[in-house]
Design a protein around this ligand. Structure first.
Ligand code: HSE
Length: 313
């Protein structure tokens, strides 16, 4: 038996929502798991990359053996029903740029888990999948939108359960994702974060989170401009993400720009804007990368509202 699952890319944090907010984007990895018939063949993991969006160097971030995150996720699921995985061929068709802050790890964890769950006759419900996937990934903000799609808030509770909800995203607000050529591994980007932050910074983010939620429900552009800021992670990561401060600075006076934030742990950057003047905004972004001599791809995308789907054979 063979099952394929298509999983979207994700943008996590979205300004004030460190480890909490995320949204799904229509760039997809497809993960296929096949039970092989030959006993003793063990686990085989293959990655087929789209050469437009990745390269051999970035593929090194995906271990191909039993240390891989995808294997760990699948193993946890099997263990949860008292079994051990064996004789599986896992294939990842990779379209999501790797080590760019677009949730490529979350996508393979989610795809592997959902495919394995189908093979096993669906022993795990959505809550269990969210919980196992978050255990492997470490935080739920990429995992949740990868599974359920759309804009999501999520929280990993002390008992390992995940509280998650979809939030509405105003259609009028456009997402432009900038993906620079350089890579930044999440472990490195997390290693620069402090263990504790000043109370004033925590209060600042609590205020922005409340503003964010109110702004999306009322489509309040001015409130969103205040909301899309952060003091918990972006200031510390700035030095690892050349271009982020300059793009923020160069877009500061554009009336149609609601915010410039790091996508997840970076290095990709998300620009939230209105549709008006989009061409001008994109020109400013492009000119900024050119000035800095950094090659970057830029995608203006809608939000993916579906999340992970099992592809019928
Ligand atoms: N919230 C996470 C971070 C997302 O910023 O480190 C990356 O996995």
């Amino acid at each position: 038996m063979k099952v394929s699952v298509r999983v979207p890319a994700t943008v996590a944090n979205i300004g004030p929502g460190f480890d909490c907010l995320g949204m799904a984007l229509p760039i997809y990895n497809t993960i296929t798991i096949e039970e092989t018939v030959l006993p003793g063949t063990g686990i085989e993991i293959n990655v087929l990359a789209n050469e437009d969006v990745t390269d051999e160097l970035s593929l090194e971030h995906i271990p191909m053996d039993e240390n891989s995150i995808i294997y760990k996720a699948v193993e946890l699921l099997y263990n949860s029903i008292g079994q051990t995985p064996s004789e599986l061929k896992i294939t990842i068709h990779s379209e999501i740029p790797i080590a760019k802050g677009l949730g490529s790890s979350a996508s393979v964890i989610v795809g592997g888990l959902i495919a394995a769950n189908e093979l096993l006759g669906k022993p795990a419900d959505e809550a269990a999948l969210l919980s196992i996937a978050t255990e492997v990934e470490g935080h739920p903000d990429n995992i949740t939108p990868a599974i359920i799609g759309g804009l999501t808030l999520s929280s990993a509770e002390e008992d390992g359960s995940i509280v998650s909800r979809n939030l509405p995203w105003p259609e009028e607000w456009v997402l432009t994702v900038c993906v620079p050529e350089y890579e930044l591994a999440t472990e490195i980007s997390r290693s620069v974060l402090p263990k504790e932050v000043p109370l004033t910074d925590a209060v600042y983010n609590a205020q922005r989170m409340a503003m964010f939620v109110q702004a999306i429900y009322t489509k309040d552009e001015e409130l969103m401009k205040l909301a899309l800021r952060d003091k918990l992670h972006q200031p510390y990561r700035m030095k690892l993400v050349p271009g982020f401060d300059k793009i923020s600075e160069n877009l500061k006076h554009e009336e149609s720009v609601l915010g410039v934030v790091l996508s997840g742990a970076g290095p990709s950057i998300l620009v939230v804007s209105l549709k008006t003047n989009l061409d001008k905004v994109k020109t400013i972004i492009k000119e900024t990368w050119d000035e800095l001599s950094i090659n970057a791809q830029m995608y203006t995308l809608p939000i993916d509202k579906t999340g992970a789907v099992v592809i019928p054979e």
